[in-house]
Design a protein around this ligand. Sequence first.
Ligand code: HEC
Ligand code: HEC
Ligand code: HEC
Ligand code: HEC
Ligand code: HEC
Ligand code: HEC
Length: 265
Amino acid sequence: MKKIIFICILIVLTVLALAFAQERGVKKKRPLPQDYGKTVINNFSEKSRMAPVVFDHWLHRSRFTCRLCHSDIGFEMKAGATGIKAEDNINGFYCGTCHNGKRVFDNKAVFRACDKGKRDEVCDRCHSLGKDVKRENNFSEFVAKMPKERFGNGMDWEQAEKENLIKPIDFIEDVSVRKKAMPIQKDFTLETKVSGLPEIIFSHQKHTVWNGCEICHPDIFTGVKKGSTKYSMIEIFDGKFCGVCHGKVAFPNMDCQRCHAKPVS
Ligand code: HEC
Ligand code: HEC
Ligand code: HEC
Ligand code: HEC
Ligand code: HEC
Ligand code: HEC
């Protein structure tokens, strides 16, 4: 009986959420698995008669942690918000931290980012929106080897990391600072305001692998006391709190049961 009630609640809420999204004008067609986490950066490119930059999260997160880029290197977690300039890349910041033609990963030097004046086919690898640029890293081949999931990139990143199928790098020489690891908090459950809805199990352990502590505290969750940050599902759908990552790069909010996981007792 409880299960039926829960399913009814879910259906009603999904409809509400979609209506809400539509009203805000953010309802989009569900992206293809390879386009989930694709970020277009275009503050300056078109103004300089270059194609906008396409950045793929799937490729980069298969090799690096979120923390490395969003804390050590300093990218904002919002498309365009960093204000990356060609100059910064040339001077070894942002994309140029790795894309400098010298830094080696997997025995291969990463191709360099922007250059003054000179324009060649290397530019097109990043300044690629609307162009038919062939990717060297093939999404389908990569995902074929990974545990499957229904939404997002169509694969389970959590499981892939756990099974050591990917080993995201969390440290880059000259960029990251070695810190003493903070003690990791125990997993806890978050209760929802609606009774009968499964509680949410939040795992600090699993999140810390990708995010360290500093991405979430204090920017996304100020209170380091459980329950001190108040938020609702609507705000999550709107891209706040858990929704900063879930819905854009980490598995999307349509996957209700992955968060509302604890069975009703
Ligand atoms: C190689 C570096 C890199 C890695 C690794 C990385 N990101 Fe990003 N991320 C970026 C860049 C670059 C942007 C765009 C910033 C800008 O345009 O100013 C971005 C943007 C985002 C955005 C905003 C997207 C949007 O459409 O507004 C989110 C959310 C995000 N990242 C989450 C994550 C999460 C979660 C992970 C780990 C699973 C991760 N990122 C891993 C570099 C990275
Ligand atoms: C932490 C290191 C790192 C940072 C920072 C980084 N990348 Fe990369 N990127 C890599 C590596 C490693 C590869 C794979 C090397 C290759 O394919 O030659 C790669 C590959 C790529 C590719 C090639 C895709 C393909 O399959 O042909 C593009 C495009 C790209 N990055 C864009 C960007 C952009 C744009 C930024 C900045 C917004 C950025 N990257 C920041 C490490 C990084
Ligand atoms: C590794 C990825 C990458 C490669 C390769 C790359 N760029 Fe960029 N470039 C960027 C990013 C990211 C931006 C910021 C995009 C924006 O906001 O419009 C940018 C911006 C620019 C701009 C905008 C003006 C400015 O001052 O910021 C110019 C011009 C530019 N790049 C030139 C080049 C040229 C020329 C090449 C080839 C020699 C090149 N880029 C290759 C990532 C790259
Ligand atoms: C993905 C985001 C995320 C990451 C990463 C993260 N936390 Fe948290 N943390 C939370 C949330 C959500 C809460 C609950 C806050 C609330 O309900 O207001 C929390 C609560 C806490 C609390 C209070 C626990 C309690 O029982 O009251 C502490 C202490 C804490 N975090 C420390 C850390 C440390 C140390 C790390 C790194 C090892 C870390 N957090 C990484 C999201 C995160
Ligand atoms: C800073 C980004 C970020 C924030 C904020 C965040 N997550 Fe996550 N979460 C991730 C990433 C990355 C994963 C790995 C799986 C993936 O990418 O799909 C993950 C995985 C999970 C998982 C699966 C882990 C498991 O137990 O199998 C759950 C459940 C989850 N998050 C719930 C939450 C909840 C609830 C919140 C808010 C209280 C939250 N997350 C906030 C980035 C984030
Ligand atoms: C990324 C994790 C995550 C996903 C995915 C998720 N939820 Fe939630 N949800 C939460 C958290 C965390 C809360 C608790 C907020 C609080 O009260 O502290 C919550 C609360 C709720 C509530 C209680 C009312 C409210 O606004 O707080 C409802 C109802 C709900 N979610 C429905 C859904 C439905 C339906 C879906 C799927 C379409 C869904 N959730 C997907 C994390 C998630």
